[in-house]
Design a protein around this ligand. Structure first.
Ligand code: DGJ
Length: 696
């Protein structure tokens, strides 16, 4: 029974974690506890009303509220800020009642403003098996005049009282995204956000907090994420009163939402979790939840793909793709992707986006003949699209210049010579659904790579039915609608989210996309750090990674493959320039990968060292039952010819005997974890080793 409810106090118990809240003596919905599950109900602290510190910090500013609203003498980050029709700009919520869903895993708390007919419903859903809690809020205007929402965040997550918390987050830029960063939280607010219309390369909407002492293997970690693919904000705040909290939700920057009489607005979900097993535990909880509950096809084992982008660029033709497809099939590729350059008038990045039918010069008989030959070679066929974009030089733009996001009195800034269609508009959504549905209906397309290659500018929507600033949310809702409709009509298709690499990866898009294009940086060495960061939040079965020609020549082909084999393996090099020896080596590596990919995609992942700070690192994947595993180990550059230090595996069953491929002897899991694995790699060498339980 996950939810215990008594006297306006609730305890949500999960497998090993718990969360408690209550209406405090002052009538405020206050946070009580988030951490390991405690033995007795009485162990959970009560919600006590704090005393005022001074006229400058009254009790209301010191209460750890579950969903603070901007009102009264509160100066901490609020979750909600509104303006009522008479100009009053604060909300005074009073708890009215609670409801439990039939499964006893979802709690709904209803609050109502003390004066205005305005209701806040806070939703708490316990994902018991994963020690995760899902939270979101619904705001309802029950009055007869509009209310303007100016901030509507999803949740505020409170850490236990204390100091010296450390924030772990993922930051970067195009071609260099998802780098792990750790910052000590001192008094004040650290705000991470996107103002770019998409999640962005700059910050993932994921965080982890610990007391500065948690490691990969051990220690308490609190973490969270937002299921949203547009502008978001995350504020990690430490007060002078030993209170640390992280608030997360839709970015309130340039945000406004008119809530008309009778209307409701629901925020995206935020997921929060607690792990007592360090950062590995935190990642594994999220990975399991994403695989079991978020991804449309669950923990599917993905095919090895070939993508022709880095080989042929925009210069695609039926013949060039056929030739590449033959080479790809010969090395064991299972899915052939035709990237950019295939559609009407597309010869470079200056034209054609928006005109989603095959280029008559390059594909005189449409895509069908190429698809047929790809299928004859035993491979599925996949296609690249960038539906949200349009070039000025396109039939679509000439017909509908008003469909792009713009301010009428300003020049329309172009980036990569393209503009963004306003997916908040129903007519744009309908156009895209019709075009893409036709493409998928007329052709045997098994995979779609959905790209997005620029961020927003001049975010105007001149003929918006309401406040133009609703575009930030309505655009993402429109995107979800188009994508979900296409998924529904073509349920067998596998979708990849791409935004110039990892510019739109989050728990929102992963409800629609089966996998993500991790980064445009395809160098196997640089990818180690990017993939490390990615793995903190997202599972390997979503991490598409290609082996290409982008690495310097001193990085062997096997290293490039091993680096990519840590996720969903793809090949992106120019196969026509690969020698027979290279092709034979690639074929052998692909075959090896096929033997272990179920472990990578469906097992548990353990990071052995950090490629950002160490030259010798590994990634170990073990099946859930711990009977088999696979270790990928890498050595980048160590200036002096020093010996590689051993890698210490983790996650093995302590008393079971294991063998590591290529290493003499059998040892118990505990013994291997203590002794480590000595691999003796040289600079820019890598290896893949099978792990096998000798007996169970
Ligand atoms: C950006 C993507 O990340 C690349 O893989 C490729 O698809 C190009 N766009 C094509 O324009």
């Amino acid at each position: 029974m996950p939810i215990d409810a008594a006297e306006n106090a609730w305890i949500l118990e999960m497998k090993s974690a718990a969360y408690a809240l209550a209406v405090d003596p002052a009538g405020v919905l206050a946070h009580r506890y988030w951490g390991p599950r405690l033995p007795y109900r009485e162990d959970y602290p009560p919600a006590s009303s704090p005393h005022s510190w001074a006229s400058f910090d009254m009790a209301s500013n010191l209460t750890r509220e579950e969903y603070p609203c901007y009102a009264g003498t509160r100066y901490v980050e609020p979750c909600l800020k509104v303006t009522f029709c008479d100009g009053v700009r604060d909300v005074v919520p009073r708890f009215t009642h609670a409801e439990l869903d039939g499964d006893n895993a979802t709690l709904r708390l209803h609050l109502r403003d003390a004066y205005y007919p305005f209701e806040i419903t806070l939703h708490y859903r316990a994902h018991v098996a994963y020690d995760l809690l899902e939270r979101w809020a619904t705001l309802t205007n029950q009055g007869d005049a509009p209310v303007v929402l100016e901030r509507a965040w999803s949740a505020q997550w409170h850490l236990p009282p204390g100091e010296h918390y450390r924030l772990t987050h993922l930051a970067g830029r195009w071609s260099d995204e998802m780098h792990l960063q750790r910052d000590q939280l001192t008094s004040g607010v650290v705000r991470l956000e996107s103002r770019r219309l998409a999640t962005g390369h700059q910050h993932a909407n994921w965080f982890a907090i610990d007391r500065g002492t948690a490691s990969e293997n051990a220690g308490e970690v609190w973490f969270g994420a937002l299921a949203w693919s547009g502008n978001f904000a995350m504020a990690a705040e430490s007060t002078a009163f030993t209170s640390t909290r992280v608030s997360i939700g839709l970015n309130d920057w340039d945000f406004a939402w008119q809530l008309q009489p009778g209307e409701s607005f629901s925020t995206p979900s935020s997921i929060g979790g607690f792990s007592a097993q360090g950062f590995t535990g935190a990642s594994q909880q999220l990975h399991d939840y994403i695989r079991d509950h978020v991804l449309p096809h669950g923990a599917a084992v993905h095919k090895v793909l070939y993508n022709s982008w880095e080989a042929t660029g925009f210069q695609v033709s039926e013949q060039s793709q056929r030739t590449l497809a033959k080479r790809a099939a010969a090395i064991g590729v299972e899915l052939f992707i035709l990237d950019d350059g295939w559609f009407h008038g597309r010869d470079d990045d200056a034209a054609a986006l928006g005109d989603w039918w095959p280029d008559e010069r390059k594909f005189p008989n449409g895509l069908a003949p190429l698809i047929a030959s790809v299928n004859e070679l035993g491979m599925d066929f996949g296609l690249w699209i960038e539906p949200e974009m349009v070039n000025a030089r396109s039939e679509l733009y000439r017909a509908h210049p008003d469909w792009v996001i713009h301010f009428p009195t300003r020049a329309r800034s172009e980036a990569r010579q393209q503009m963004i269609l306003n997916l908040a508009r129903a007519d744009v959504q309908e156009y895209l659904i019709a075009q893409l549905d036709a493409l998928l209906t007329q052709n045997n397309i098994a995979f779609v790579k959905w790209d997005m290659n620029r961020n927003v500018s001049e975010p105007g929507w001149p003929d918006a039915p309401g406040d133009q600033r609703e575009i930030w949310v309505r655009y993402v809702q429109g995107l979800y609608h188009v994508w979900a409709t296409l998924r529904e009509r073509h349920p067998g298709v596998i979708w990849q989210t791409c935004a110039g690499g990892g510019g739109r990866v989050d728990l929102g898009i992963l409800r629609l996309a089966d996998q993500a294009w991790t980064s445009d940086n395809t160098d196997g060495v640089a990818r180690l750090g990017i993939q490390e960061g990615y793995s903190y939040a997202y599972p390997a079965c979503t991490m598409e990674a290609w082996a290409t020609d982008a690495s310097p020549a001193y990085v062997p082909l096997s290293f490039r493959f091993h680096s990519s084999m840590c996720g969903v393996l793809g090949v992106g090099g120019d196969l026509l320039r690969w020698s027979d020896e290279m092709c034979a080596e690639a074929a052998a590596l692909i075959e090896q990968y096929k033997q272990v990919r179920h472990i990578v995609h469906q097992g548990d992942q353990f990071r052995l060292g950090s490629p950002q700070s160490e030259a010798c690192t590994g990634v170990l994947y073990l099946t859930k039952d711990r009977t088999e595993g696979v270790l990928f180990a890498f050595r980048t550059f160590v200036p002096f010819p020093a010996q590689m230090p051993p890698l210490f595996p983790r996650g093995l069953l302590p008393t079971i005997l294991y063998e590591f491929e290529g290493i003499p002897g059998q040892k118990s899991g505990l013994a291997w974890e203590q002794a480590g694995i000595a691999l003796g790699l040289g600079n820019f060498e890598s290896t893949m080793r099978l792990v096998r339980a000798v007996e169970l």
